[in-house]
Design a protein around this ligand. Structure first.
Ligand SMILES: Cc1cc2nc3c(=O)[nH]c(=O)nc-3n(C[C@H](O)[C@H](O)[C@H](O)COP(=O)(O)OP(=O)(O)OC[C@H]3O[C@@H](n4cnc5c(N)ncnc54)[C@H](O)[C@@H]3O)c2cc1C
Length: 380
């Protein structure tokens, strides 16, 4: 195998490999990370950053410094296409990068085809850095009056966003009308008890939840529902589920229904054994996984081991996803909802447990002085 190892995207599944880049460079490999951003923000703590519970420096990884400190190259850019036979990547700016082995961790995005007009008052939940911009916009809006704030999406992200917006408003001594448009119902894919607890918490904090309606489009500060009704807003926060970027489909690589790269248990493409991937941008050929960070995190050591095996030879490891996983929702008031299949409970202990797990994760991978870097990066 040749010399060039390229990482595309510095998401949650690449962190072990990036922290251990010396394992590749010490063996003479040329390593490059291509990323549209210098810093990656951890989604698990994103809503807490929105409310002000966490400072930005507590939840970000300095990707550029991480790789440059380890003798690798950081290239700011966005990969848009792969030429697997030629082993070339096309970037959005027209440049090209060749590879011998490539690994993708490009994540997912919130589709915004709902938005028919200006994006000025629209703050999608991904990339997570948007939540910094959202925070500034909410603070400005409550300084001027009592804004109408609308969150779209009844999944975990919509729930966490709503609760944390309430905290942001309260901590800044403001007032706002906060509405969550939950689609069919709140937390539709989880045990009913999770929904009941979430509804009770939001109601107690004067947040209106509307179930049984779907947004059709967003036009001029109004969300119009599929049934023709509408709600006006000053700021809107879409958290309407995520999609895969079209990179793999556009490259004629085997993909799942949602456009994610189809990989086998070794986490490489079923068609090209030198194209790897992890996190939201891949889909296992034999099992559909939920789009949760838990899997991206668990794929870390497998990806690192298998990239090494692809370059140096040796046996690859298999990724075996866990059947059940733990989710804890940060409701923004110091409490959380703990969900593990039908085992559901809430309270301050649930939030404390989440906070402990999240901080431990950050401590493992914040190895580039992030916590001491108090500078403000307006775009992240
Ligand atoms: C608000 C919120 C809270 C969440 N909380 C939890 C939680 O508590 N627990 C949980 O398990 N899951 C949670 N999730 C789900 C979780 O965020 C995702 O499953 C997780 O982000 C997937 O990680 P990833 O590394 O695949 O993708 P991402 O986190 O999206 O990272 C992808 C990276 O790739 C880069 N990139 C994108 N396109 C390109 C390109 N073309 N070229 C190069 N680089 C590119 C991006 O800049 C980004 O840095 C949450 C999601 C949201 C929105």
């Amino acid at each position: 195998m040749g010399k060039d190892l390229v990482f595309v995207g510095g998401g949650h599944a690449h962190l072990t490999a990036l922290v251990n880049l010396k394992d590749y460079t010490d063996r003479g490999r040329r390593v490059t990370l291509i990323s549209p951003v210098d810093r990656h923000y951890y989604s698990g703590m994103g809503p807490g950053m929105l409310s002000g519970m966490y400072a930005p420096r507590e939840i970000r990884f300095d990707l550029k410094k991480l790789v440059e400190d380890r003798g690798a190259q950081f290239m700011r850019g966005k990969v848009v296409r792969v030429h697997p036979e030629k082993r070339i990547l096309d970037l959005e700016d027209g440049s090209r990068v060749s590879y011998d082995v490539v690994s993708f961790n490009t994540g997912s995005y919130v589709p915004l085809d709902l938005v028919k007009g200006s994006m000025e008052h629209v703050f999608p939940v991904k990339p997570i850095v948007n939540l910094l911009k959202a925070k500034r916009a909410v603070v400005r809006a409550i300084e001027k009056g009592r804004p109408e704030l609308v969150v779209l999406g009844g999944g975990p992200a919509g729930l966490e966003l709503t609760g944390n917006i309430r905290r942001l408003v309260t901590d800044n001594h403001g007032d706002a009308t906060i509405t969550l448009i939950a689609g069919r119902r709140l937390l539709p894919n989880l045990a009913e008890k999770a929904r009941t607890l979430a509804l009770a918490s939001l109601k107690k904090r004067n947040i209106k939840v509307i179930e049984g309606v779907r947004a059709d489009r967003i036009e001029d500060n109004t969300v119009i529902f599929t049934d023709g009704n509408s709600i006006s807003f000053d700021l809107v926060f879409p958290a309407v589920g995520v999609k895969s970027y079209p990179i793999f489909k556009d490259s004629n690589l085997p993909v799942a229904e949602d456009g994610a790269l189809t990989v086998n248990r070794h986490l490489h493409s079923v068609a090209y054994p030198n194209i790897f991937g992890g996190g939201d941008c891949v889909s296992l050929e034999d099992k559909r996984l939920d789009r949760v960070g838990v899997y991206a995190v668990r794929q870390n050591p497998i990806l690192h081991a298998n990239l090494t095996a692809a370059l140096e030879g040796g046996e690859m490891k298999r990724f075996t996803p866990q059947e059940t996983y733990l989710l804890i929702f940060n409701l923004g008031d110091g409490t959380g909802i703990f969900v593990r299949k039908s085992w559901v409970w809430n309270g301050t202990l649930a939030f404390k447990l989440k906070d402990y797990i999240d901080r431990k994760f950050m401590k493992t991978f914040q190895v580039s002085g992030e916590r001491e870097d108090t500078r403000d990066y307006p775009d992240g």
